[in-house]
Design a protein around this ligand. Structure first.
Ligand SMILES: Nc1ncnc2c1ncn2[C@@H]1O[C@H](COP(=O)(O)OP(=O)(O)O)[C@@H](O)[C@H]1O
Ligand SMILES: [Mg+2]
Length: 1011
């Protein structure tokens, strides 16, 4: 199984160059075509030579010029610099040849060059055998426009290239230009020559170094190595780390210290584009050893070389011709003996070895070689020779390189490697303070920046710069203010260039694995990764090894399952961004298949949401809808908010499918489920109405009786509706009839479970009890019958309801075992929602039976547990019950707080008060009496009574009347006994014995109280 039928095209950051030979059309008329062809051929070859020298690709010949790409197919982190160097060489070469033509034939030629950098899609494009590697995109067009804009003999480049090449090259700002096809004016630069910077650190120096932080331990180790060297024990140290971690800076800080001590330090720098220029680092080192400057005349240079060499050892006289020649200042008097290149290199290595190892040399010598991973073979060989020859001399060789490199002398006992780690949080914070400042608005910026950069100082610097440039930060370096919250701030192009180039240099399998991993997530299982990438175990291991060694991934977990994670979020972003959308899609689909195959089936529920997500992004809509529904089901019991989101997703996915039985079923189920969650967590009423309407339409079309009944129930027979209970009961009875007609026990049980609630609210305890008995009979002991359709566990609910009936009839002992059974069933079914309702009732019962403290403890614990579920219906209920228990404990202020919160969260989510609003209101009235706010208590109780009457909320009516009687009495108002006696009548009528007992007790108390 392969991730995709591999389309090799990729998104890449590149620099595109257009060069043409201008004025050619009218010139063509003056010349013989054959001769003309030869001239053009020569121009083309000059242009192409420069491109190849800097490892660019000649994309095509355009008739009178060429188009070239730098950074594709193989990415180079310095693609912009390479294009510029190639350009400078083209300008030189063409000018030289044009001069020749002018002198010989009187012809006038010149070239114009345009350069731009940015993203392209690069790959094989074309049909059949005629396809060729090329790049496509806006970036290409803009490069061509630069060429058209350029004056003869000049090279123009855009701000995009300038951003990457600045410092390394000398650029003249020409100002902004309106460019056709570009949405905003583009800043254009002329390329004037090479710049002063040779490395990123030079650039950093130019901008002003950030304050050096941390690295105490590493500096100490370098100091120890230096001491050994001083004592004549020559030592080589390698500082190893990924780009940007601070190798160069550490070496710089150290070598500055050495210079301050008066030691001799010589430096050499290997460069990314330097492999094509052999021996560059060694040349640099020798030049600085002999103190030769760029401006020195040849004679002076030779004198310096001879002087210093002979002073050390007159025996070096014989080597001088070779050294002169090597350093580019050959002595005409003393020609070099004929040698083949290899022999020459060996002779030079030998010289170097004797130079460093010369016993006459007393002073400690420190040699620093930067970026060894880019060193050419010749230099590498010489360096190796030097290290072998330095034994017994006071020499310290300090090199640095990236983890993918290993130096040729790695096994030498004189060599020690220091792995440099990223900056820790506190050093990162210090660096950030230095770069960004201490303005209070920057509080909270550390964390996201650390998250993205993971202590890589180069990334930190670039991200701060990027944030300033894109307006997130305002002010000046070291004194920024946060202008707007940092969200998606992209990857700076400079960082992107480095990361993309590293990724490109991976072996094909490793690169593919990394790309697949970037699609799968921040952390991925090794097995799933291998499978999604279509690699067998051994190929996968090899590729993973390369990625881990190179510091791209690390093993976050080893047991029970190997999990790999990205060392750097930015690496992931870049690896993700290099793929075409179509490739990512295929990878997502492959990832989902791998998960399904690799995970044991018992974990499928748990993984369903993730699998659905991959399938969705993989464009497999039907499968995605199925898995999304599965995930929603699974979340249902305990995570209503997730369930709501997943059902919503299922609905949207099902809407994309062609209409058939399955998509209809998914369409109805997903809507029904959302409506069921609406009364639990709240939902906009309009949205609810719309869901209902859509679902009814589908159900009608399919003649799906089951769903039609459930939908009707949702429309007119569910909790949370502001209707009279008589109307509600009528609907419930109708639904029960329809369900019985349909003869589906699941439906019969589901409707009875949800519908029974209406009897309770209407204080029809007999009807409540009867309906629950019917439910229990139909379910016949099978927990799964009707479960999860409306209520999660109808049987648990039925036991609880029967317990409530006993309680209302003042049979407190009889109620208890029902509650216990109900809780047992809910717990066994893993249904926290029904369990919450049961515990509320248990708490109340305990308080009624005199265990007020115990009741309070249960009610409080229940609130905590219910909070975790995250639905509003149950939470409000749990809080109201806590209030009830607090009243029993005479904790009136606490009770008031609880009930107000219960009411507030319900109203906020549902926009209405629902069927329990009068119940909550009478609790609030009681609490208000308790805290002595009697007038408010009267008003509250009056409201509770009125609403209970108007809406037929007969369960709350007698207690609301009880509250009213108490409140009036407490407020010293008349009419207390009228209210109580009416309450007594209602309670007797409904058979609410508990209530009767309570009201009678209150009347007695009132009668005996002094008025
Ligand atoms: N310890 C440090 N404290 C402050 N800035 C640092 C530190 N290490 C590196 N930097 C800065 O981060 C950038 C990258 O460091 P550099 O040494 O060029 O990385 P590397 O050589 O590993 O690619 C430079 O601008 C450098 O000044
Ligand atoms: Mg460096």
């Amino acid at each position: 199984m392969k991730a995709a039928d591999k389309d090799d095209a990729e998104r890449k950051q590149v620099t595109v160059l257009f060069a043409d030979v201008s004025g050619s059309m009218d010139l063509a008329e003056q010349e013989d075509p054959e001769e003309w062809r030869e001239i053009m051929q020569r121009f083309f070859s000059l242009l192409a030579k420069s491109v190849t020298r800097f490892e660019g690709t000649v994309d095509k010949f355009t008739g009178d010029g060429i188009m070239a790409i730098f950074g594709a197919p193989i990415a180079h982190e310095d693609h912009a610099q390479r294009a510029c160097y190639a350009t400078l060489q083209m300008l030189d070469d063409v000018a030289e040849y044009a001069g020749e033509l002018r002198r010989a034939k009187g012809l006038n030629f010149s070239t114009r060059i345009g350069i731009n950098s940015g993203e392209v899609v690069a790959g094989e494009i074309g049909a059949g055998g005629g396809s060729a590697y090329t790049a496509i995109g806006h970036t290409v067009g803009l490069a061509q426009r630069m060429e058209a804009l350029a004056e003869p003999g000049k090279a123009y480049l855009t701000e995009h290239t300038a951003e990457l090449a600045r410092g390394y090259l000398d650029l003249h700002d020409l100002g902004e230009f309106e460019i056709k096809g570009a949405s905003h004016p583009i800043e254009v630069f002329e390329l004037a020559g090479v710049g002063a910077a040779r490395s990123r650190l030079d650039l950093a120096r130019e901008r002003g170094f950030s304050r050096f932080v941390g690295r105490e331990a590493e500096l100490r180790r370098l100091g120890e190595a230096l001491n050994r060297a001083k004592g004549g024990e020559a030592t080589a140290v390698g500082v190893v780390a990924e780009p940007g971690i601070g190798k160069s800076r550490l070496c710089l800080e150290f070598s500055q210290g050495c210079r301050a001590e008066g030691l001799e330090v010589f430096e050499a720098q290997a460069q990314a584009h330097g492999k094509s220029i052999p021996f560059m680092p060694i040349l640099q080192m020798l030049r600085s050893f002999y103190g030769i400057g760029d401006q020195d005349p040849e004679q002076t240079a030779r004198e310096k070389i001879a002087g210093r060499s002979l002073l050390l050892d007159p025996g070096f006289a014989a080597d001088l011709p070779l050294v002169f020649d090597f350093l580019g200042v050959p002595d005409p008097e003393r020609p070099v003996p004929k040698m083949n290149p290899e022999g020459r290199a060996r002779a030079l290595a030998d010289f170097l070895c004797r130079l460093v190892g010369n016993p006459a040399r007393r002073k400690t010598l420190v040699l620093v070689v930067e970026d060894l991973h880019w060193i050419d073979e010749g230099s590498q060989m010489m360096l190796h020779g030097l290290i072998e020859g330095m034994e017994g001399t006071p020499t310290l060789v300090l090199v640095n390189y990236r983890p993918e490199h290993s130096p040729a002398w790695g096994e030498s006992p004189a060599f020690e490697a220091i792995g440099l780690q990223p900056l820790d949080r506190s050093d990162t914070a210090k660096l950030l303070r230095d770069l960004a400042g201490e303005h209070p608005s920057l509080d909270g910026v550390d964390e996201p920046i650390h998250e993205r950069t993971r202590g890589n100082p180069f990334f930190i610097e670039e991200i701060v710069r990027e944030l300033a440039e894109s307006g997130y930060l305002e002010g000046d370096r070291g004194g920024y203010r946060l202008a707007r919250p940092i969200e998606d701030a992209g990857v700076p192009v400079t960082v992107q260039a480095v990361l993309a180039a590293r990724i490109d240099r991976l072996a094909a399998d490793a690169k593919q694995l990394l790309q697949v991993a970037s699609v799968l997530g921040k952390e991925v299982s090794g097995d799933a990764l291998g499978m999604a990438a279509g690699l067998d175990a051994s190929a996968r291991e090899e590729a993973l090894g390369e990625l881990i060694d190179g510091g791209f991934l690390y093993e976050a977990v080893l047991y029970p399952e190997r999990v790999l994670a990205f060392r750097h979020p930015l690496t992931r972003e870049v690896a993700y961004g290099t793929q075409l959308a179509s490739q990512r899609e295929a990878t997502h689909a492959a990832a989902a298949r791998a998960m399904i195959e690799l995970e044991p089936p018992e974990r499928h529920d748990e993984r369903a949401a993730l699998i659905a997500d991959h399938l969705k992004q993989g464009g497999e809509t039907l499968e995605a809808a199925r898995w999304s529904a599965r995930a929603a089901h699974w979340a249902g019991h305990s995570r209503p908010r997730d369930a709501m989101r997943l059902w919503h997703q299922t609905m949207e996915l099902s809407g994309e499918l062609e209409v058939n039985a399955e998509s209809d079923a998914l369409g109805i189920a997903s809507r029904l489920a959302q409506i069921q969650f609406a009364w639990r967590v709240g939902m906009d009423l309009e949205e609810q109405a719309q869901l209902l309407e859509e679902a009814e339409e589908i159900a009608d079309r399919c003649g799906d009786i089951h769903s039609i009944v459930l939908l009707k129930m949702s429309a007119s027979g569910r909790p949370g509706l502001q209707v009279h209970t008589d109307e509600w009961l009528e609907q419930v009875e109708e639904m029960i009839r329809l369900a019985d007609q349909a003869g589906d026990p699941h439906l019969q049980v589901a409707i009875r479970g949800a519908g029974a609630y209406a009897y309770l609210i209407a204080a029809d305890f007999a009807g409540f009890d009867r309906t629950l008995d019917e439910l229990i009979a139909i379910a016949d002991g099978d927990l799964s019958v009707g479960a999860g359709i409306i209520l999660n566990t109808p049987l648990s609910f039925a036991e609880m309801g029967k317990g409530m009936v006993r309680r209302e009839q003042d049979d407190l002992d009889g109620a208890e075992p029902y509650f216990e059974r109900a809780l047992g069933i809910a717990t066994a079914a893993g249904d926290p929602e029904t369990a919450s309702w049961v515990r509320s009732n248990q708490a109340g019962l305990m308080a009624m039976r005199g265990d007020v403290e115990g009741g309070l403890a249960v009610a409080r614990r229940n609130c905590e547990l219910t909070e975790r579920i995250g639905d509003v219906f149950s939470r409000s209920l749990a809080l109201a019950n806590l209030a009830w228990t607090q009243l029993a404990a005479e904790e009136y202020q606490d009770a008031l707080d609880s009930i107000e919160e219960a009411d507030q969260i319900y109203r906020e989510a549902m926009k209405v008060g629902g069927e329990m609003e009068a119940w909550r209101s009478q609790l609030r009235a009681h609490a208000l009496i308790g805290v002595g706010r009697t007038e408010e208590a009267v008003a509250e109780a009056e409201w509770a009574v009125r609403v209970s009457r108007e809406r037929g909320l007969r369960w709350s009516l007698p207690i609301a009347l009880l509250a009213l009687g108490r409140a009036r009495h407490a407020a010293g108002l008349g009419g207390a006994d009228e209210a109580l006696s009416e309450g007594l009548d209602v309670a007797k009528e409904t058979g609410g014995l508990t209530c009767v007992v309570e009201i009678e007790a209150e009347r007695k108390a009132l009668a005996s109280a002094p008025s």
